[in-house]
Design a protein around this ligand. Sequence first.
Ligand code: SF4
Length: 492
Amino acid sequence: MANCILLTNSASSGTMETENIGQYRAIGAYRIRTLLIDEGYTAELLDYANHFTFDQMKAFVNIHLSDDTFMLGISDSFLSDEAAKNLLKIAQYVKTIRPDVLTIAGGPFIQCSSFDCNDKAIDYVILNYAEYALLDILNKRKQNIINTHGRKYNALLEFQAHKLQKMNSRTTWLATDCIEPSHWLPIEITRGCKFKCAFCSYQFNGRKGDDYLRDLDDLRGELMYNYENFGVRSYMFCDDTYNETVEKISDVNDVMQSLPFKVQFAAYIKPELVIRFPEMIPILVESGLCMSHMGIESFNTRTRKLIHKGCTRDEIAWLLKEFKDVGVLSHGTFIVGLPEETTEQIQESHEFLEDSKLMASWYFLPLMIRNIKRNHTPSPIELNPGKYGYKLTYPSKSGKTTHWINDNFTLDSATQLATKLNRSRKYGGIGGRHRMGLASVTGKELHEFDYLNHYDLFDPEKMAPYRLALDSFLVSYVNTKLNVKQNTIIGQ
Ligand code: SF4
């Protein structure tokens, strides 16, 4: 029995091409559940929708659906196409038997995801950070000033300046989430990014000031709670740019040093800032950084300038070596199709990555330009493609993104080159998400997966032990959620 039922597949360690083997979780649905419970509601959450059947999810909903239930929440994060269809079917099912239950879908890119938020079974769609929008909807429901049929809600327009609050910004994990000491948990310290790269469309890009930083005692409390209740000491920091300032990472380091255990964490690191402030390196390492995710995008200095990024390839290589020397793994993403960059230059970058062996892994992606009509946080390129040398040609089949052409690529040729480079590499281990996922299910350290090559992720035989570990976790997870005897086989 619950006021609110939440369904998500926040867990992901796969890419479009590889299997979802690990079970590293994302934060959104758990943060929403924390907020609902803080507000005095009861809430039940089922994760891993990609791995479960419609019948299993329906069984979970039926257990918790009661006269007191007034909301079904669905997150679109990391949904497979099949899971997106199943979740929509769940919303349709709930609407059939309980038309008064509010059905609310959300996620940072939900208008561009495979979830069909135009279906009439969905009452509201919340974009991006959903906390305040959701509370507003629920308050209006309390005051009887909304009904439950077919309206759309846009959190972004209503809540332009939503930020992480100083206090009460924690995410509380519960016993029924089946958290184990080996799990890597997501955690927020700040929200938004001070920068505004030309291709990036995160909400709160270009934000000013540091008032999005949460209270550090609140942060310490969350770390202590997770350690004392689950033995967890491994984290993915969700901040879009963790190393915004020397002061911020020093303050967080003080928190880390005050703990009775050693935290290890992965974070999105902006290399240009570490290069400019090299004193960041010992602070990051002392506080527990063991894996950095860097959006490098291009090694071409001219292109980097055009997308509003500084530094040269040699400067970035210096940082990668510094990190490698102190045991920090570096994972990078690169974009094919950025302004003024040619096939030859991108191939040269690829060769540099292979020859230098400075990065633990990297991945090439084609530049995606989303449909401006469906995109409420457009990047500078999406807002003004002509200025960056792009002509938009025709919408993609789904209408969510658009095809483009510039002097060197089309979306199709950029996709082909990215795929070719990802498939042709000779060196390069598994990516950061995969490492956290595999470490979570096996209890191993991140470096213990150094021997795995990117290609191994496509090999069912090599992945079999990890698949087995994940399946065993999922059996105990679903049995906990459905409250049935352990060792019952999923689906029987
Ligand atoms: S790419 Fe990174 S640094 Fe640039 S705006 Fe986006 S989050 Fe900020």
